[in-house]
Design a protein. Structure first.
Length: 505
């Protein structure tokens, strides 16, 4: 019997719902800022600047949120590894809700002068902290509650927050943008931000009814502490694993942001209408919602590494295909280009939560995977569009996009190499494991980058866990159904096929 077999199906599904809904609320607020930046913030917060200066200023405030994401990952990861995932996720939800709500209350430049853009940048920093802490926690809430044979599927659900947040924030803001310009600038733009407090309240209600993950409860020390801070432990004994995790994430994150930000801007210069580019963004969000869980399920059957490596290689080639299709000027081929790119993204994002969670031991998992993913986000998502713009200019502008395609290919090849440098993690136990070098195939025998053992290996870790988690089991069992004979929990009320076949036999 595994730790997760102690969790009632209803409690596990509630944790999965909490992971998904929380991510939707977080990304609603984070992406809403981007929409408002493009449509109204330059007039409200930088009215005296020229068009170019105002655009640069808005991009700078947008970048503040990207830079603060790794800080949020380390900060909330520390407490998530010390006191628990559930409590920290409540905090990130509250922080995002209040930060986004406060943007809706901000005075404009005409009212308080330069303090308006300063406060806007501060609140954007707060949003970045919240998103940086949310991603790892939401992923772990799903993965650490999941049956071992369904981690890819459950983790993929937590990854749908960004697509759902985009589908929610875009039409809400568009609805108020349809108001007469005077009303929109006076109060209409504020309403979507103020609604975040309602969404945050719903998210907090759902999360308040969620239990701590059984994996964390099983390995938490009675005193709630650790010998070293999680970030120190990751940097001292898991540097190789951390660098590999950053490398495997930077390719898809960079390629995706270049596609949905820079390519959209480039397409406008090539004559595509706003309705076409907006339609493409909505289309890829819908496709991601439908397809991404399927690839998470595929990795539960065939493994993480082969699917991720193939996806990275396809994405490297697609960098050339994507821009060739865009440069044709055909709306149909433009939409096809975005569809192909999204399908490839799903092969990687569909398993990212499970893969990164399985790379790190429980005691530093929140910190390690958050630091890796958010650092890759800054490098790929934050700088990717800027690098693409610079490469187009270096190539002479126009349709000379080959340097951009080459850049996409290079970062995706880096991701392919990094995922092949780590061991296969599908089916690996999430308890009783230690940090190990990326090439360690032991799947549980820990070692640092120099090959020394860390924390005494799995036997000592298992012994410590057995002593520490017994009080937690007593508390958890008050909420549990009777024990199941294996670790398979139905998702959305449907038994997995392999479980039904076992029952028939």
């Amino acid at each position: 019997m595994t730790v997760n077999s102690e969790v009632a199906p209803a409690a596990a599904r509630r944790a999965l719902l909490s992971s998904f809904m929380g991510s939707v609320v977080e990304w609603y607020g984070f992406l809403l800022y981007g929409t408002a930046s493009a449509l109204v913030f330059d007039d409200l917060f930088f009215p005296n600047a020229g068009p170019t200066v105002a655009t640069l200023a808005i991009l700078a405030t947008f970048a503040v949120g990207e830079v603060s994401r790794p800080i949020g990952g380390v900060l909330f990861g520390h407490f998530g590894d010390r006191i628990g995932r559930r409590s920290v996720l409540m905090a990130t939800m509250l922080l995002m809700g209040l930060g986004t709500f406060a943007i809706g209350l901000l005075p404009t430049y005409d009212e308080i002068g330069m303090w308006a853009p300063v406060l806007l940048a501060v609140l954007r920093f707060v949003q970045g902290l919240a998103v940086g802490g949310e991603w790892g926690g939401a992923a772990l809430m799903a993965v650490e509650h999941a049956p071992s044979r369904r981690r890819g599927l459950w983790g993929s659900v937590s990854q749908l927050g960004s697509a759902s947040g985009l589908l929610l924030s875009t039409p809400v803001f568009a609805l108020f943008a349809a108001l007469p310009e005077g009303q929109f600038h006076a109060w209409g733009w504020r309403v979507p931000f103020l609604l975040a407090i309602v969404l945050g309240g719903i998210g907090l209600f759902v999360r308040a009814r969620t239990l701590e993950t059984p994996v964390f409860a099983a390995e938490r020390r009675p005193d709630g502490g650790r010998d070293r801070a999680p970030i120190v432990e990751v940097l001292r004994t898991g540097r190789g694993r951390l660098l590999a995790a950053i490398g495997l994430a930077v390719g898809p994150l960079g390629a995706q942001m270049i596609t949905v930000v820079w390519v959209v801007s480039y397409a406008a210069d090539r004559g595509y209408s706003n309705s076409v580019t907006l339609g493409a963004l909505i289309m890829i969000s819908v496709v991601q919602l439908a397809v991404q869980p399927l690839f998470g399920l595929v990795t539960d059957s065939v493994g993480r590494r082969p699917v991720y490596a193939v996806g990275a290689l396809l994405l490297a080639v697609n960098g050339f295909v994507l821009l060739w299709l865009v440069n044709t000027g055909s709306v149909t081929l433009f939409l096809l280009a975005f569809l192909i790119a999204t399908l490839i993204f799903c092969t990687m994002f569909g398993q990212a939560a499970a893969l990164l969670a399985e790379l790190f031991p429980t005691g530093v998992r929140y910190t390690g995977m958050s630091l890796a993913y958010q650092t890759a986000s800054v490098l790929g998502s934050g700088f990717g569009p800027l690098i693409a713009a610079a490469l187009l200019a270096a190539a002479g502008g126009g349709a000379n996009t080959w340097l951009v395609s080459l850049f996409i290919a290079v970062i995706c090849m880096v991701s392919a190499a990094c995922v092949l440098a780590v061991p296969e993690t599908r089916g690996r136990s999430l308890t009783g494991v230690d940090l190990a070098a990326p090439g360690d195939q032991g799947g549980g025998a820990g070692g640092d980058a120099d090959g020394h053992r860390v924390n005494g290996g799995p036997e000592e870790a298992a012994a410590k866990a057995a002593a520490a988690w017994e009080p937690e089991v007593v508390a958890l069992r008050a909420h549990l159904a009777q024990e199941r004979h294996d670790d398979v929990v139905p998702i959305f009320g449907v038994e997995p096929f392999d479980r039904r076949m076992e029952d028939k036999r």
